[in-house]
Design a protein around this ligand. Structure first.
Ligand SMILES: *[C@@H]1O[C@H](CO)[C@@H](O)[C@H](O)[C@H]1NC(C)=O
Ligand SMILES: *[C@@H]1O[C@H](CO)[C@@H](O)[C@H](O)[C@H]1NC(C)=O
Ligand SMILES: *[C@@H]1O[C@H](CO)[C@@H](O)[C@H](O)[C@H]1NC(C)=O
Length: 960
């Protein structure tokens, strides 16, 4: 890069004087007189030259033609360069700088309020331990874009007449949620090439890139995210390069409808004064994979490190030249400067970062990445505000604490999203708790659209489930990110002086399915006609401190005893064991449940044999879960092809032929009660399927183990979603499927190879196997239903007995299936949703329903209302930990349409039914989950898993 000094236009004195020199050159060949004259002339010239010479060295800018105005500007810039920002004040403001005159005050009456900090006088030690944090009842006054008063009672009579009164009716109120890692607006949804502006991939080092230049205020996701209570997001550039550029903190209010003046990214800025700047950096896999190549840096992490250091070196050199200039200008007077202040857009933001004006957010997962970055902070003396993704930070607090500047970076993490790439292969759902225990700060983020930021609060809820104290989990999406962003006095708490960003919730914010009933940004209600789901008003969760007693690995036992089981929800049998909620005992012998009830004889025999009972207070015994439609058993690290069965764009294969058992994903499944999986070979990428699926036990060591594979060929899968467009058109792909089905329907006899595609299609047309089509678009599903009718007609005509010959079809994906719910029900086609609450992330799922407060229910509700059988699958394999919670969300948000048993069937029996796998084949015996509390709730804790192996895995808590 050329520096600006060399690039200056030649206005300098040297250039101006240059015209005189040629006159000194000449031949000395004249007569005396002429010589005398020449001498005289020379003397004159010498004088002129001397005068010029003096001028040159006087550095008088006026005469050297440097612009005085620009020099003065430069001097003013010196002040800005040396400015050390401080967190902007909250209290003490008359109004929020974002306030728009005329907006009315709002009084929120009778709320249960989470202030976001412990009561005054709580010691730091007590506060960390969770003391002093509480929900209090009271009223909140929002005025001039600020929270003005938070008091037990505010009398409406004292307030201006135009005050809007909102009755919270005792519901819980928190500060707006803050998502410190989002790409909303720069990766607008649905994802399209024309909208993909999140990463300036032209170079590995682009500190000059600014996300604000790409924020699309009409990204529908901005509103969807807000419907999850998120009021503020840090919009970061992507992580494809080591230095991605500047990030901007925005609020989710756009245009007049949201109480703003105009539609613009600048109008969305959370701090219009731009006190702090933000920057994204990223170490690790991405940059070398995206930019590296033979002869192209960074090829390895070593190259990345050099690119970082080289960039910091260049920025440091620039600020040195700037500081020298500023010092000199102040010393000699700016009018005496002979050059302008050195400035370079390329290095400006990084220079500002080295000057401490920019909060650096760095994506680093692994120990070497963290260690290298911390090393750079000390070499170039800059702080890092937060490490993002930060999977391994909980393992190396010492390294983090060595970060330059004295403030240990926080860790911006997911709760349990891992395994998707090599650097995410080492991770723990307990990271949040572990970091907190080290005195460090976990913050939960979405990386929207990686996780739909509408549900970023759910990450915090899971953090609580995994042992982070309740107050710290809430802080991890409110006050902690606010602090990190330098906005700790303005955002993240419900206190006078803070920005009026608040949310009233329909249930405890850390419960499954929690949704806002209203969201205010700068004091303006954001939803005109919000849908409120009917939910029991249970009041706040009473934090369960025992969740912090983590038992990471269960211990296998042949026999086990459980007392205090109050609910029995096995899929076979019934729940009459526990008709009156009276607790019962459960006896497990050689991995099988052998008694439920009083079981006095069995109980005393087992205790006599030395079995120690597991004592439960509110025990649940449920069937185990089935993980379907992911890549379980076919892949270990999503992005690592070496660990993967591979894509099958042209060949129809059997998943049974590609099984790879063992591994972390399957182990996580077993530990969280997912004891069975049904997986199909991938078609062209994740969430696509082609071939026959296999049903297997997740606990099996190899496919030869007894009972490892419970169904070799479960269903016949095709993908007719966007994935197919990589190889064909929709019309060609649907047409080809119809042709194959017609050929199979009309064939005179079965295939000679029983493992061929044709053989399986023969089973499909005979109704012996389910045709499972992966489709998200409502139009695609409509086409599939029409093809089914066409083939059914041929089958009916040929063989008469129409009823029996109908093709059994299932839809996987189904993001828009609510639009054809009645037709699906009529055709008796079941749907396996990927995921329960689809995001409108692709064109084919653009009509996905976000749920309350924007829509009345989500796809699952429409399907169930229409009578469709619904299952919930695995859009990504890490979600094996969350299947129970997905079912719980359907239960909670279903307005009473589901029982607990029916909710559990979404991740169990319904899946088998939809794919046509007989329960007798699945085999209930030995597959069960025992939990303390409901496995459908955040606070439910798995205590034992029967994984169908003749043993029961028990989480032995030595403390209880
Ligand atoms: C607050 O709301 C609760 C729940 O609806 C209600 O029982 C209580 O009477 C309300 N209190 C006031 C002061 O309105
Ligand atoms: C939502 O839909 C349900 C039917 O599924 C209906 O009973 C309810 O009244 C609807 N609620 C609103 C707010 O429209
Ligand atoms: C568990 O029960 C099933 C079905 O009753 C039986 O086939 C199996 O042998 C039992 N397992 C053991 C270890 O007893």
């Amino acid at each position: 890069m050329m520096d600006e000094k060399n690039g200056l236009p030649p206005y300098s004195a040297v250039a101006a004087a240059g015209g005189a020199w040629p006159r000194l050159r000449g031949r000395h060949s004249a007569p005396r007189r002429r010589r005398a004259f020449k001498l005289f002339a020379l003397a004159c010239l010498a004088l002129i030259v001397l005068a010029q010479w003096k001028q040159i060295w006087r550095s008088d800018s006026r005469e050297t033609r440097l612009s005085q105005a620009k020099l003065n500007q430069d001097l003013a810039t010196c002040k800005k360069l040396r400015h050390k920002p401080k967190d902007p004040i909250g209290a003490g403001r008359d109004k929020n700088a974002r306030y728009i005159d005329g907006a009315k005050p709002t009084l929120i009456k009778n709320a249960t309020i989470w202030v976001g900090e412990p009561v005054a006088g709580t010691s730091e030690k007590d506060a960390r331990a969770g003391k002093g944090w509480e929900w209090t009842t009271g009223d909140v006054l929002l005025e001039h874009g600020l929270i003005k008063r938070v008091e037990a009672h505010i009398h409406v009579g004292e307030l201006p007449k135009e005050t809007i009164v909102y009755d919270a009716a005792g519901r819980q109120l928190t500060s707006g949620i803050i998502d410190m890692h989002s790409h909303t607006g720069v990766y607008s949804l649905p994802s399209l090439n024309g909208n993909s502006d999140g990463n300036e991939m032209s170079d590995n080092i682009t500190p000059w890139a600014r996300s604000i230049d790409a924020i699309y205020p009409f990204d529908p996701q901005i509103q969807v995210i807000k419907s999850g209570g998120v009021t503020t997001s840090l919009i970061l550039p992507g992580s494809g390069n080591n230095m991605g550029g500047e990030a901007y903190l925005v609020k989710h209010a756009v245009g007049r409808r949201d109480g703003r003046r105009e539609i613009s990214a600048a109008d969305m800025l959370a701090d219009p004064e731009r006190t702090w700047r933000y920057m994204k950096m990223a170490c690790g896999e991405n940059a070398k994979n995206a930019h590296g190549g033979l002869g192209k840096r960074p090829f390895s992490r070593m190259g990345e490190s050099y690119d970082f250091r080289h960039a910091f070196e260049r920025a440091r050199a620039l600020i040195q030249r700037q500081d020298d200039w500023c010092d000199k200008a102040e010393a000699v007077g700016v009018e005496n400067m002979d050059e302008y202040l050195p400035q370079e857009i390329f290095w400006e933001s990084l220079g500002a970062a080295l000057r401490g004006q920019v909060h650096i957010n760095t994506h680093c997962y692994t120990v070497p990445d963290l260690e290298a970055m911390v090393d750079h902070t000390n070499e170039f003396q800059f702080p890092v505000r937060a490490f993002h993704h930060a999977h391994q930070t909980f393992l190396v607090p010492e390294i983090l604490k060595r970060t330059w500047g004295g403030r240990t970076p926080s860790s911006a993490i997911f709760a349990d999203n891992m395994y998707y790439k090599m650097e995410a292969y080492v991770g723990s759902e307990y990271a949040g708790k572990r970091l907190y225990d080290e005195g460090l700060r976990p913050i939960y983020v979405s990386d929207n659209p990686v996780i739909n930021a509408q549900h970023v609060l759910f990450e915090a809820a899971k953090g609580y489930r995994y042992g982070l104290p309740y107050h710290a989990a809430l802080a991890a999406v409110t006050s902690e990110p606010a602090d990190d962003l330098g906005m700790g006095q303005r955002l993240g708490k419900v206190k006078p002086g803070f920005d009026a960003d608040v949310v009233v919730w329909d249930s405890d914010p850390l419960s499954v399915g929690a949704a806002p009933v209203q969201v205010w940004i700068d004091g303006t209600a954001q939803f005109e006609d919000p849908v409120e789901l009917p939910k029991p008003r249970d009041g706040p969760i009473v934090p369960d401190e025992s969740l912090a007693n983590i038992v990471e690995e269960p211990t296998p036992f042949a026999d086990a005893l459980f007392t205090g089981v109050t609910k029995v929800l096995l899929s076979t049998g019934d729940a009459t064991h526990v008709s009156d909620g009276r607790p019962v005992n459960v006896v497990v012998t050689k991995g099988n449940i052998t008694c439920i009830g009083d079981c006095a004889a069995e109980f005393s025999a087992a205790t006599a044999a030395g079995v120690k009972p597991v004592v439960l207070k509110n025990g649940y015994l449920t069937h185990a879960f089935t993980g379907v439609a992911g890549t379980l058993g076919l892949n270990e690290i999503d992005a690592e092809t070496a660990t993967d069965n591979g894509d099958n764009p042209y060949k129809f294969t059997r998943a049974a032929d590609g099984l790879q058992l063992g591994g972390k994903k399957l182990r996580a499944g077993v530990k969280y009660g997912v004891t069975r999986a049904i997986s199909a070979p991938k078609f062209t990428g994740s969430q696509s399927h082609h071939g026959t699926s296999v049903g297997f036990k997740t606990s099996a060591g190899t496919s030869l183990e007894h009972g490892a594979v419970f169904v070799e060929d479960a269903a016949v899968h095709y993908t007719l979603d966007l994935g197919v467009r990589a190889v064909d058109s929709y019309s060609a792909a649907f047409g080809a499927l119809r042709t194959k089905l017609m050929d199979a329907a009309k064939a005179a006899r079965d295939a000679t190879d029983p493992y061929s595609e044709f053989a399986y299609l023969r089973k499909v047309v005979k109704g012996e196997m389910v045709l499972a089509l992966t489709i998200n678009s409502a139009d695609g599903i409509a086409t599939a239903l029409r093809i089914k009718a066409q083939v059914d007609k041929v089958l009916g005509a040929d063989e008469g007995s129409e009823e029996r010959q109908h093709i059994k079809m299932a839809i996987i994906g189904g993001a828009e299936s609510h639009l054809v719910a009645r037709e699906l029900a009529a055709a008796r086609v079941g749907v396996i949703l990927l995921s329960l609450q689809a995001t409108a992330a692709t064109w084919d799922s653009r009509r996905a329903l976000p749920g309350a407060p924007l829509t009345n229910g989500t796809t699952v509700d429409w399907l169930l209302d229409a009578g469709v059988t619904v299952g919930v699958g695995l859009p990504e394999d890490w979600q094996v930990r969350d299947l129970g919670l997905a079912a719980g969300t359907a239960l909670r948000n279903g307005g009473g349409k589901l029982s607990e048993r029916e909710a559990l069937a979404l991740v169990g029996g319904n899946i088998h039914k939809i794919l046509g796998v007989e329960e007798s084949v699945v085999g209930e015996t030995g597959h069960f989950v025992v939990s303390e509390g409901s496995p459908l709730e955040i606070g439910g804790r798995i205590k034992a898993v029967g994984a169908g192996k003749g043993e029961v895995l028990v989480y032995v808590d030595s403390r209880s």
